[in-house]
Ligand binder design. Structure first.
Ligand SMILES: C[S@@+](CC[C@H](N)C(=O)[O-])C[C@H]1O[C@@H](n2cnc3c(N)ncnc32)[C@H](O)[C@@H]1O
Length: 215
């Protein structure tokens, strides 16, 4: 097994620190009154995020489980979902399974999708996901986390999965990229447009024909 108790201790300390920073970041629940008015932007406090995610069975947070946050803000739910998935992988290793920390990071992150209409929120989400990936990875695999192939895959995942978009009035721009990773961290992708995943709109009522008949 590739992880030792001192690594785990460091890891838990780093995560606690991240939690504290996350809680502080989310204490600021709005950025401005105008934004609340324009886009209903009110962030969910860290403790509510945790209470809500605690309602889900722990097996929900498998690294490969797919999550979509259609109005992700600055990532409050997404970062906690990612952290929980990573904890699943770490616990599995502690139970004796052989795990590749970089691969588990990529699998966990690439199956989470976040969309927001505000560019600064998407940038913050990407930044926080990046920080979390390294906060966990560096204590899980000290000195052996952040290979070239991992970094280029991670950049791509951050770019494709945390998207600027209008989830309500999407005109075909929103695309989900599904990743399949090989053990050497090479990958293939498949793209699906949100538009193609939704049921076809109900046919419009035949109002024109009725009006014609009446005339
Ligand atoms: C109530 S906040 C919630 C943010 C985040 N989910 C959280 O819980 O902290 C709503 C978010 O939706 C975004 N938003 C508003 N309209 C949107 C739309 N049509 N498509 C995508 N995001 C939208 C706003 O920018 C804001 O970040």
């Amino acid at each position: 097994m590739d992880i030792c108790i001192s690594n785990m201790h460091g890891m838990l300390e780093a995560l606690k620190e991240r939690d504290r920073q996350g809680a502080e970041a989310t204490e600021k629940l709005i950025k401005s009154k105008d934004r609340v008015k324009d886009t209903a932007e009110v962030f969910t406090p860290n403790w509510v995020v945790n209470d809500m995610l605690d309602l889900m069975p722990p097996e929900t947070f498998e690294p490969a489980t797919t999550f979509l946050e259609p109005a992700c803000g600055n990532g409050n739910f997404i970062v906690e979902i990612f952290r929980r998935k990573m904890m699943t992988a770490v616990r599995r290793e502690m139970a004796g399974e052989v795990m590749d920390a970089e691969l588990q990071t990529l699998i966990s992150m690439s199956s989470i999708y976040g969309i927001d209409i505000a560019e600064d929120n998407v940038a913050e989400t990407r930044d926080r996901m990046w920080q979390w990936a390294f906060a966990i990875g560096r204590v899980w695999r000290p000195g052996r986390f952040g290979s070239g192939s991992f970094m280029s895959a991670l950049w791509q995942v951050l770019d494709t999965n945390f998207m600027l978009g209008d989830f309500i009035n999407d005109d075909g721009e929103i695309t989900f990229t599904q990743y399949r990773f090989a053990p050497d961290l090479s990958f293939v992708t498949q793209e699906t447009r949100l538009k193609d995943m939704l049921p076809a709109p109900a046919p419009a009522p035949k109002r024109r024909a009725r009006l014609k008949a009446a005339a």
